[in-house]
Ligand binder design. Structure first.
Ligand SMILES: [Zn+2]
Length: 891
């Protein structure tokens, strides 16, 4: 399995699974390599940022030249795992959700007095679907502020048609400005190239300031700034809007009380800190004003139409699908019956439900967003945390939505992570409340004005990110599972021990967890929308803190999240699983620990040769083509040293099973683990899945979970602490695929890549956050400008001319001493032929050349280790072979 050259969605997933450029030993080599500007390993967005590592000039701010700012994302994930390991709550103490879930721990897990509000599994789960609680309706009204879309289109809607009003000088200047920005140039570069241009064209090139001002005027793109606490607790929005001092209180510490304003000697109040928020709907407006992207934005609707057609056809012929399901070879079926398949948001159940039951997407151009948030650290002299919020436009097909089309909405300036993150999201949600009622836009396809409606359909985040926006009590709660009402179990009789685990059939249950029901993995009590609204209403009605705490304890729901105001909100699917973190950083890591540190040598699951296994990994890497992934380290020695997601991927998908067999791992353990691998490969592949496929997956998962419990828990009730929530949550994977297609939709990779991309462009040591805000704004400004005025983008013109063929770069000579390799290569090609189900070689005569690099059709570049490592060839793989006569299809 090749992680880098996979199908379309690899543009989404590569970045996070590839080595972090800041720690990639090859990255610095690559930046000095003339061909490296399109090297996907070194840069995740190399097309717009070829010189990030070598360019030491200044940007538009007054910047330092020699600073090296490293951006490190997701240290908190490891913190999460370690905390789980030590059974300590890790959510930041100021987090309002966690203090409730922590305080319940004194209930010692047997949960006295737990009762669900009106929960009855026989009840029609959709009965109260639309009975939204009053508190929600009020919040929606507050955000909307009385906005109604005007009946007639306002006169000042941007169309991009006023390009003819520009003078030639202005056009040339803007082209220059765009090219400069896209190449991440310095101020000096702008001026010098402008002089060259002016000398030879006699044009008057606008100054950088003038060009930027013209771009802003043409696009109407303005950022909003909101005051915030300089300690990052809150933004002064919503309920904080009129305050002068920060009211934020951590659960342990005192009230922050930091003032909002400086007072200058002449009495003028100036905010001490501000956060920049970009208007996401300006980007959507520009996308519709561009004929090409306007038609691409209709992809969501064409997927929906296909689903509706399929469902209608099946409804008219009720036997069709049944026959197929019962006997695929049934003679009565004369032609292949249409079968529903799930591959993406577009053909998933949630989209269909939003259309059919929530009344959304009545116009083909209505917009669905996925919001994604994550934290990162800018590492300089002292650490500074930032949180990024991005919008993914689900209207676009999966192969284009994750690249340039991702819109960064805001990045909180440090130094700390935001306390009340929803106060930072408030302005965006005000914009979105209006957008969901309707905004006028120009459609370049129909050449007409129309009322567009847009909603946030999903909110993505890893465990910690999601906890900040989903209003749930979190994984430390007794009902810590976001998707079901399965109660956690405890693994100890010691007073005060917490209920944190999710076994299906635990030994000595009546002693350890007398009040816990038995659960059927095939029929779990899933959370429902109507039940959810009732709980929110109960929380609102609670008179005392204790009463509220009891509701949180009994439900795992702690408050109404801001996200619930979205018209597309459906509980519990609104906050999907992040597959990369769940599968690799949580599950893989935990299983490895079970084999090594958590078990002792008497334990059947203990891996006695783990050290030997670890030592074999760097050896095994030597034969791996470098474009596949970065260096995978010895997990036995390096597991504690920020062992990365892609390293876990390599272990799971390539190394553990074959090497485990060789080293004599217990066959039962390996067999069970191989089921785990199959589940993940099934889930992570971007294939279209039918209900029959998903039933198979469900059976496999249940088989794995029951087998896992038998092996790892056995008859020891204290070992049910091996049935962690992350393992249990595999059970929800089939539902996730039904809801939104490929589970990769929930991936955090996109926001992680945005963080990495932005982080590498930061040049200012003195003011990194101001620099970051500026980078985010200008990137979006240029994008919007190019959408309205595509002719100004010199890059685009070249792109349309280029042919879509595979072009190898950097040919290498084949030395005589490598001739003995030929039979090996023949064998390799033969197996690839089998895999691709097509003959690669005709005539049996292998004609091959050796290349340093190959540009793929998706814009990525495969490069060989020898190219990356220059003369310091550390690996044995010096080349790869390309056979240009065959067509390798990248979906
Ligand atoms: Zn504060």
């Amino acid at each position: 399995m090749n992680f880098n050259t996979d199908t379309d969605a690899s543009t989404d997933t590569d970045a996070s699974t590839g080595p972090d450029a800041s720690t990639n030993p090859n990255a610095s080599d690559a930046s000095t390599d003339p061909g490296a500007s399109i090297d996907p390993d070194a840069y995740t967005d190399a097309d717009t940022d070829p010189d990030a590592l070598t360019d030491t000039g200044t940007g538009t701010d007054s910047l330092d030249s020699d600073c090296s700012i490293e951006i490190t994302a997701f240290a908190h994930d490891l913190a999460y795992d370690d905390a789980i390991l030590h059974e300590e709550p890790i959510l930041p103490s100021e987090h309002c959700d966690s203090d409730v879930s922590e305080s319940e721990s004194d209930a010692s897990g047997d949960s006295p007095g737990i009762h669900l509000p009106d929960y009855d599994s026989n009840l029609d789960i959709n009965a109260g679907f639309f009975e939204t609680p009053e508190v929600l309706d009020n919040l929606r009204d507050q955000l909307l502020g009385g906005y109604k879309p005007p009946d007639e289109c306002p006169p000042d809607i941007k169309t991009g048609m006023d390009i003819d009003k520009l003078s030639l000088d202005e056009k040339i200047s803007l082209e220059h400005f765009i090219a400069w920005k896209k190449s991440n140039g310095t101020v000096k570069a702008y001026d010098m190239h402008a002089k060259v241009l002016a000398t030879h064209t006699n044009a008057t090139i606008l100054t950088l300031y003038q060009a930027r001002k013209l771009a802003i005027k043409l696009t109407g793109f303005h950022a909003t700034k909101a005051d915030m606490c300089p300690k990052s607790c809150i933004a002064y929005t919503g309920k904080y809007e009129h305050l002068d001092k920060c009211p934020y209180k951590t659960s342990a510490g005192p009230i922050c009380d930091t003032p909002r304003y400086h007072k200058s000697p002449n009495g003028i109040k100036k905010p001490i800190a501000q956060v920049q928020i970009l208007p996401i709907m300006d980007t959507v407006r520009a996308l519709y004003a561009n004929a090409e992207t306007s038609s691409e934005m209709r992809n969501r609707d064409s997927c929906l139409k296909q689903v509706l057609h399929l469902v209608a056809t099946a409804a008219n012929n009720p036997h069709m699908i049944n026959e197929i399901a019962s006997d695929p070879n049934a003679e009565t079926v004369s032609q292949p019956a249409p079968v529903r398949q799930y591959s993406d948001y577009g053909d998933g159940q949630i989209h269909q439900m939003q259309y059919e039951h929530l009344g959304l997407f009545k116009d083909p151009r209505d917009v669905a967003f996925a919001l994604s948030t994550d934290g990162a650290q800018l590492t300089m002299k002292k650490q500074s945390n930032t949180w990024l919020l991005i919008f993914i436009i689900l209207n676009l097909s999966a192969n284009i939505r994750y690249g340039e089309q991702v819109a960064v909405n805001l990045a909180t300036p440090g130094p700390f992570s935001p306390g009340d993150i929803e106060s930072f999201l408030w302005i965006t949600f005000v914009d979105m409340a209006k957008a969901s009622e309707g905004l006028w836009m120009y459609d370049a396809v129909d050449s007409s004005y129309f009322l567009n409606r847009a909603v946030i359909s999903l909110a993505l985040g890893d465990m910690l990110g999601s906890a900040k926006i989903n209003g749930m009590a979190g994984h430390m709660a007794i009902f810590g599972d976001r998707y079901s009402m399965v109660q956690a179990a405890r693994s100890s009789l010691v007073k005060g021990s917490k209920a944190l685990y999710y076994p299906s059939n635990p030994p000595q249950n009546s002693t350890y967890n007398p009040n816990r029901s038995k659960y059927d993995l095939n029929n779990l009590p899933l959370r429902t929308q109507s039940q959810y609204w009732k709980i929110i209403q109960k929380l609102e009605d609670a008179q005392t803190k204790k009463e509220k705490t009891n509701i949180v304890k009994a439900t795992g729901i702690s408050r109404l999240p801001l996200c619930a105001v979205s018209k597309a909100f459906i509980h519990p699917s609104y906050f999907p699983i992040d597959p990369f973190h769940l599968f690799y950083e949580n599950e893989a890591l935990f299983i490895w620990d079970l084999w090594t540190t958590i078990s002792d040598t008497n334990d059947i699951v203990h891996f006695r040769h783990a050290a030997k296994f670890g030592a074999l990994i760097p050896e095994a890497m030597k034969t791996l083509p470098p474009a596949f992934c970065g260096p995978v380290r010895d997990p036995y020695l390096k597991r504690q040293c920020k062992y990365k997601i892609y390293e876990w991927m390599a272990l799971i998908h390539w190394y553990i099973i074959p090497i485990g067999v060789e080293l004599g791992m217990h066959p039962a353990v390996l067999k069970n683990f191989s089921q785990f691998v199959e589940i993940i490969e099934f889930a992570m592949t971007n294939a279209k899945r039918t209900d029959a496929d998903l039933c198979y997956l469900q059976e496999l998962i249940i088989k794995f979970l029951l087998g896992f419990e038998k092996l790892y828990v056995g008859e020891d009730p204290e070992k049910i602490n091996r049935m962690r929530l992350c393992i249990f949550q595999l059970i929800h994977v089939p539902n996730h695929i039904r809801w939104n297609g490929s589970i990769r939709l929930g991936s955090q990779a996109t926001v992680e890549r945005s963080i990495g991309e932005m982080g590498r462009k930061i040049r200012s040591k003195k003011a990194p956050f101001a620099n970051l805000a500026n980078l985010i704004y200008e990137k979006e400004l240029i994008k919007i400008l190019c959408l309205y005025y595509p002719t100004l983008d010199i890059n685009r013109k070249q792109k349309s001319d280029s042919e879509t063929v595979l072009k190898p770069i950097q040919q290498h000579k084949i030395y005589k001493k490598y001739n003995p390799m030929t039979p090996v290569i023949e064998k390799e090609l033969a197996s690839i032929s089998v895999l691709l189900k097509q003959a690669i070689i005709s005539g049996g005569n292998v004609q091959y050349s050796r290349w340093g690099k190959l540009k793929l059709l998706n814009g990525h570049v495969l490069s060989s280790r020898s190219t990356q490592a220059k003369n310091k060839a550390q690996r044995q793989s010096f080349w790869f072979e390309v056979c240009l006569t065959c067509t390798i299809l990248f979906e």
